[in-house]
Write a protein that binds this ligand. Structure first.
Ligand SMILES: C=C(O[C@@H]1C=C(C(=O)O)C=C[C@H]1O)C(=O)O
Length: 285
């Protein structure tokens, strides 16, 4: 099973470790685009991928039964458009897009062009704010580096949270990533897939019931990264807004995101987005 090596998945790591389910899975951690490559190559059976990636590969992957996602109903704290000038000044400007992201970069392009009404020029580059702003007027970033910008906004920069912008524009939550399973694996091992989904849902619930302990563990994890330790309060606030559920509102949000992307000629796959019906335990599958 894959695991995103960002702090957005620290509560699930904590929950899986505390339920004892962690040992049942062979877990590999990495950035979301690397996990997507491993899934496509068949080296990984299940894991979290960027929503935009999933929408391009609905032929190869299905959503975990009952659904597990990374989303927010409003600000997400870690997926931003960072700029010196207001967004409506970005017409004709250069916007650097993080190569680590598929969903937020597409969402930012939709927001800039269709909600704000500007037409920037885009450049996909490795994620690093300083390097990005050397070559561009604005940058789209995700993950821990973006969370650090939210926690300590640098002087002179505007940190525009794409979850908040999307919510303000559409009234919907945003789903940034979803857990998928390869179709062959879902067909051949339906009960194992169901157990995996149940373990992840349980981990999210457990973590939600212990916000301070989770924030403490995540702060310790953040201290081991080059960006340095994030405060427990920043992490408590982060996990209060992050939502791992994939219910009707999130599915509606995914459809709306796909519809708006398709209107631009992107992500035109027609398959239903609903998670597969979980097989009945002990029943024929
Ligand atoms: C909330 C986040 O969710 C993510 C955003 C992704 C994207 O923009 O493509 C992909 C996976 C998740 O890591 C984040 O990374 O901060």
């Amino acid at each position: 099973m894959g695991d995103i090596s960002f702090l957005n998945c620290a509560p699930l790591r904590w929950g899986l470790a505390h339920s004892g389910a962690r040992e049942q899975f062979d877990m590999v951690s990495g950035p979301p685009e690397w996990l997507a490559g491993e899934l496509l190559a068949g080296r990984l059976d299940a894991g979290p991928v960027s929503l935009a990636r999933y929408l391009r590969h609905t032929d190869a992957w299905e959503l975990l039964p009952d659904g597990v996602a990374i989303g927010s109903d409003g600000p997400v704290h870690s997926c931003h458009i960072v700029s010196r000038a207001p967004l409506d000044n970005l017409d004709g400007a250069v916007v650097a897009l993080s190569e680590a992201s598929r969903s937020t970069t597409l969402l930012a392009r939709i927001l800039l062009e269709d909600a704000v009404g500007v037409r920037p020029v885009y450049r996909s580059v490795p994620q690093n704010l300083d390097d990005m702003l050397d070559i561009a007027d604005a940058a789209v970033l995700i993950g821990d580096e973006a969370l650090r910008l939210h926690a300590r906004p640098p002087a002179g920069l505007r940190i525009q949270d794409t979850g908040a912008l999307w919510r303000g524009w559409t009234g919907l939550p945003m789903v940034f990533a979803v857990w998928v399973v390869r179709r062959e694996v879902a067909r051949e091992h339906p009960l194992a897939v169901r157990a995996l989904a149940a373990s992840l849902t349980d981990a999210a619930e457990r973590a939600g019931a212990h916000p301070e302990a989770v924030a403490r563990a995540a702060a310790a994890e953040s201290a081991r990264s080059p960006g340095g330790r994030l405060s427990e309060q920043v992490l408590v606030d982060y996990y209060r807004v992050l939502d791992y559920s994939l219910g009707d509102r999130q599915l509606a949000a995914m459809s709306e995101f796909r519809r708006r992307a398709a209107a631009r000629g992107e992500l035109t796959e027609e398959r239903s987005l609903h998670p597969a019906t979980p097989p009945v335990p002990g029943g024929r599958s």
